[in-house]
Structure formats: structure tokens, C-alpha cells
Design a protein. Structure first.
Length: 379
């Protein structure tokens, strides 16, 4: 089965290496925890209101320096582990990370007062508390998930690229390196605009349960590079010189288009929530539907589709699938299928939530004005 899947190379570790891979995630979690606590950070207020004070919650943001330091430590092998270690130990790290994420989730969920969900297993999955912060709001669990997951996603992608080059040398697939660049840029961009995340779905609506513990730490950190598990053992696809240029440039253009849509939409929403009357980029006049003391943005990118940012994420995922140059290999489509399924489901859930939040009548007015859910003219 393992050989049929084409991932036998991920089981070539010695027994001691496999054990080290299994226990690597909790060590990594602890190191990132200390880094976030110790390193300097900027204090910013978010969108979520602290019920104890009635004021916006306060966050310490230092994801960018943590990310840069982690890259330097990895690149210069300062831990003593080779640069391809993260990739080669992926299977064992996912197993160990899942075990420890489960332990942390059990403690984090059942240590909170019971909520509306009486089923203990569903409560564990969804969580009870929407926010978990400690040390006088010095450490926020949700933002920690983003820092750990995002940084490890980039490091795992880069580690896989190193493994691939060591295996194939001059016959390496340039798409594997492009793939690693895509993810590294994607994560770097997130940390540059880290404050914008405070105004997004996860920070506002999600509860802190196993879904976030495992999703933020293990899925984001290790399983987002799932296509690489199958594709790191394939050499260059063998296109002609002209075909190679068309493939790589076209894939990069698609990636940048998706990034522009996603980043633009998220930044426009962030600008609107902070400064409702400010033009986005000094050009786009904010238009909105008033729903009591709330406002529904419906101009600019948010007038094209209700979740136009999700279409941007879909283009990003498509470019990642195309980057490898093996368009019919099922492995390359794993991330794309996950992302599309995830955001289609989330859009449906968010629609129901917004109907309750803004009122059915106002939400229907918004739906009539912005007709498409994600893809203009299609869906």
C-alpha cells in the first residue's frame, strides 16, 4: 500500500530517527511558545470584544520575527538537524503532533465551563471557549496556532525542496522549488499583515477545540504540504524549453492573481472594520447596508462576490497543483481539493451565521445586491 501510494521514502528513517520525528512536534510547540512569550512584540487591539472589560481584546503580535528566526535556524542547521529532516520525518511528526494536539485539546476544552453543547465529543471537536489567552493577554492561543502552523508549513515545504534537490540534482523539478517559494511567500505575507488576521473568521467566530488545535498545529504545519509527499520523488517533467517557460510563468501569474484577490479582499474588509468611511487604497468608496449598529460591506471586492477572497484562495491552491508539472497525478490535487471543499463548506456556514447576525431581512437585501457566493457569474 505504501509503495503503491509512492510514499515509501518517508518510512526510510531508522528507529531512533522515527522516535525523534514522533516527539519533534511537542518540542517545536514548546520552543515556539517560549519564542512568542520572550521576543518583543507590538500590542494591538483586535475586533473581538473582551466580555470582562467591554473593550476590544489586546494581542501581542511578533509572528514575523519568530518566522525569520526560525528560517535562519533551519537554513544554518543550528539545531544540528539536516535541512531535509522536517520533510523526511513528516509521517512520524504528523502522528506525534496528532497525539499531543489531542492531549492539549482535551485539557483546553474540558478545563473550561460547560457550554451549550452537551455531547462531550462534539464539545471536544468544536470547543467551548471562543478565546484562550494567558499571562494578562500576553499569549493568545489562536494567534499561536497561526505562528506555529504557518512557520512549520513554510519550513516543511523548504525541507521537501532540499530533499528533492539532494535526490535529483541537475534533473530536479523546478516546480518543486517554485512550490516551496509559493508557500514561503504566502506565509511571509501573512506575518507582514498579521494584524489583519484579528478581523477574520477564525479569530471572531471559531471556538478553541480539537478542530483548531489539530488544524492549526498539524494540518496547517505539516499536512498542507501533502502534495509534496508524492511529488518530491519525481524528476523534472521533461517539457521543452518553451513549454517550461509557459508552465512556470503561467503558474506564477495564477498564484499572484489569487494572492492579489485574497489579500486585497481581506485588507479591504480590515480597512472597513477599522475605518468605515475611509476609501480603500484611496480609490474605492465604501458602500454598505446598515443593519442596526452593524454594517455589511458591499462595494469593491466585496461587491463582486460575498466571499471573493475564497476565490483567491482557490486560485492559489490551483497554482500549487499546477506547479509540479504532473497535471494528472492525484497527489498534486490533494491541497486543491481540501481548500475548495473547506471554503465551500465555510461559506455556507458563514451565510447562516450572518443571517442571524444581521437579521434575515438585511441579509436577504445583501444577497440580492451581491448575488454570487464565491465565483462571479458561476457560484
Amino acid at each position: 500500500m505504501i509503495e503503491w501510494l509512492g510514499i515509501g521514502h518517508l518510512f526510510e528513517l531508522s528507529r531512533s530517527e522515527a522516535i525523534a520525528g514522533f516527539f519533534a512536534p511537542p518540542v517545536i510547540f514548546a520552543v515556539f511558545f517560549l519564542a512568542q512569550i520572550i521576543l518583543p512584540a507590538r500590542r494591538v487591539s483586535g475586533y473581538v470584544i473582551n466580555p470582562e472589560t467591554g473593550a476590544p481584546r489586546n494581542y501581542r503580535l511578533n509572528g514575523l520575527p519568530v518566522f525569520i528566526i526560525a528560517l535562519v535556524v533551519w537554513a544554518f542547521e543550528l539545531t544540528g538537524m539536516p535541512r531535509d529532516w522536517f520533510y523526511r520525518s513528516s509521517i512520524y511528526a504528523v502522528a506525534g503532533g496528532t497525539v499531543f494536539a489531542t492531549i492539549f485539546a482535551v485539557i483546553g476544552v474540558y478545563g473550561q465551563p460547560p457550554g451549550d453543547e452537551k455531547n462531550p465529543f462534539l464539545a471536544l471537536w468544536e470547543g467551548r471557549a471562543r478565546e484562550l489567552s494567558f499571562f494578562n493577554e500576553r499569549f493568545d492561543v489562536k494567534m499561536y496556532f497561526y505562528v506555529v502552523g504557518g512557520t512549520m508549513c513554510a519550513l516543511n515545504a523548504l525541507s521537501g525542496a532540499v530533499y528533492h534537490y539532494q535526490r535529483f540534482g541537475e534533473n530536479s523539478n523546478p516546480g518543486v522549488f517554485l512550490y516551496a517559494v509559493f508557500f514561503t511567500f504566502y506565509i511571509l505575507d501573512y506575518f507582514v499583515f498579521e494584524r489583519v488576521t484579528l478581523y477574520t473568521y477564525d479569530l471572531i467566530h471559531e471556538r478553541v477545540g480539537f478542530k483548531l488545535f489539530w488544524g492549526g498545529l498539524v494540518v496547517y504545519g505539516w499536512l498542507f504540504i501533502l502534495p509534496l509527499w508524492g511529488m518530491a520523488v519525481y524528476p523534472a517533467p521533461g517539457f521543452s524549453t518553451a513549454g517550461t517557460y509557459v508552465w512556470l510563468i503561467g503558474t506564477t501569474a495564477l498564484f499572484l492573481l489569487g494572492w492579489g484577490i485574497s489579500r486585497g479582499a481581506n485588507n479591504q474588509k480590515y480597512t472597513f472594520k477599522r475605518w468605515p468611511d475611509r476609501k480603500f487604497l484611496g480609490l474605492i468608496e465604501p458602500e454598505y447596508i446598515e443593519a442596526g449598529d452593524r454594517k455589511i460591506l458591499c462595494s469593491g471586492l466585496w461587491g463582486v462576490a460575498r466571499h471573493f477572497n475564497y476565490m483567491g484562495e482557490g486560485f492559489l491552491a490551483l497554482s500549487i497543483a499546477l506547479a509540479f508539472g504532473y497535471f494528472t497525478n492525484p497527489w498534486v490535487w490533494t491541497y486543491f481539493v481540501f481548500i475548495v471543499s473547506f471554503f465551500v463548506f465555510r461559506e455556507r456556514f458563514d451565510g447562516r451565521f450572518c443571517a442571524e447576525k444581521y437579521g434575515a431581512e438585511k441579509w436577504a437585501e445583501y444577497q440580492a445586491r451581491v448575488k454570487y457566493r464565491i465565483v462571479p457569474g458561476v457560484y
